[in-house]
Design a binder for this molecule. Structure first.
Ligand code: FE
Length: 337
């Protein structure tokens, strides 16, 4: 039987237009808020013609949604903060491995999943912020030293319920083992000047008010607070920088993304991910939240550069996820609320 030419032609058109429709759209589930990601996606659309559709929510609901939708999910990419969350998503089978030379070249090995299911797109440093009027920077050395009785009644910490300190303690377990880490964190708890604070900013405000002398925060919160109140007597200290004492460096974490297991447009999503790691996008991505670029060829924003440079701890950030449950139990045992 002969198929009329017009029917073949119509079929061909249908196939072509279906392909171009799917190739031109990438769907992102993002735990990063709209004001941080929309400028980037707009720039991507302008450059490539590809539309990026996105919804934003907290990582918990987004991951639950991905799970519930299964193979019907419209999402091609999951974007969130903290390697602990990305590790969890991978663990639950929500992501798929991506083999990309571009991503491997643009993102240092410790800031991406060794199994290539997620990739860091910006670096967040968790460091010491102290009251300049009450302490000299020379009095500080390491995270671990904050367990020293000389800091009794002088330390403030954010709650252990938030993933940030869970990740920090998880990485310390990787570095020191559980026993030594428990001693350190117990020392921190003994040195607390006040019950743990609900967020990094409140902890810094307590330091500024003289309620305590030092706390541990992600630097972008310091940046935001100092933009609002430039006269606060606060400064950053970069701990664990002494090579002679074999210090491993400042604890870093990431915001990042992975391609969903059931992505409808995995090729398009990988292209977007590669673009986000490129020199051009890295400036935009890191600067908008006062974070550090993952791509070593890109310099941080001027405000961020002014805080000085530091050596990063090179532990793979996946340990934040792998050892998170242990970290939570450890903090519970020593009474870190
Ligand atoms: Fe944060």
């Amino acid at each position: 039987m002969r198929i009329p030419f017009y029917k073949l032609f119509a079929g061909l058109i249908a196939v072509l237009s279906f392909q171009s429709a799917t190739a031109e759209e990438v769907v992102v589930y993002s735990a990063r808020n709209e004001q941080l990601i929309k400028p980037l996606f707009d720039a991507y659309t302008k450059e490539t013609g590809v539309t990026v559709k996105f919804i934003t929510d907290k990582e918990g609901p987004l991951m639950a949604r991905l799970k519930a939708e299964g193979s019907n999910t419209p999402a091609d990419m999951l974007m969130t903060v903290d390697a602990g969350n990305l590790w969890q998503a991978a663990e639950e089978g929500l992501l798929k491995a991506v083999n990309s030379k571009t991503l491997a070249a643009n993102i240092p090995a410790h800031l991406r999943d060794p199994d290539s299911e997620w990739f860091g797109l910006s670096v967040r440093a968790r460091t010491l912020v102290y009251n300049k009027e009450r302490v000299k920077p020379g009095e500080f050395s390491t995270y671990e030293d904050l367990d020293n009785p000389k800091w009794k009644g002088r330390l403030c910490l954010r709650t252990s319920k938030k993933v940030y300190n869970q990740s920090l303690v998880a990485m310390m377990i990787y570095e020191h083992g559980e026993g030594k880490t428990e001693d350190i964190v117990e020392g921190w708890v003994k040195n607390l000047a006040a019950p743990p604070f609900p967020d990094d900013t409140k902890a810094m405000e307590a330091v500024a008010a003289g309620q305590c002398d030092v706390t541990l925060v992600n630097t972008y919160y310091f940046g935001r607070l100092m933009e609002k109140s430039p006269n606060l007597p606060l400064a950053i200290f970069w701990p664990n920088q002494n090579l002679k004492s074999k210090d491993a460096g400042v604890h870093v974490n990431i915001s990042g993304a992975g391609i969903t297991r059931h992505a409808k447009n995995p090729a398009g999503a990988i292209k977007l991910l590669e673009w986000l790691s490129s020199e051009k996008a890295q400036n935009l991505y890191a600067d908008v939240n006062l974070e550090y670029p993952v791509n070593a060829k890109v310099k941080p924003d001027m405000t961020v550069s002014a805080w000085g440079s530091f050596r990063q701890n090179l532990i793979n950030v996946k340990e934040a996820g792998r050892l998170q449950a242990k970290a939570v139990k450890l903090m519970d045992r020593v009474g870190y609320k």
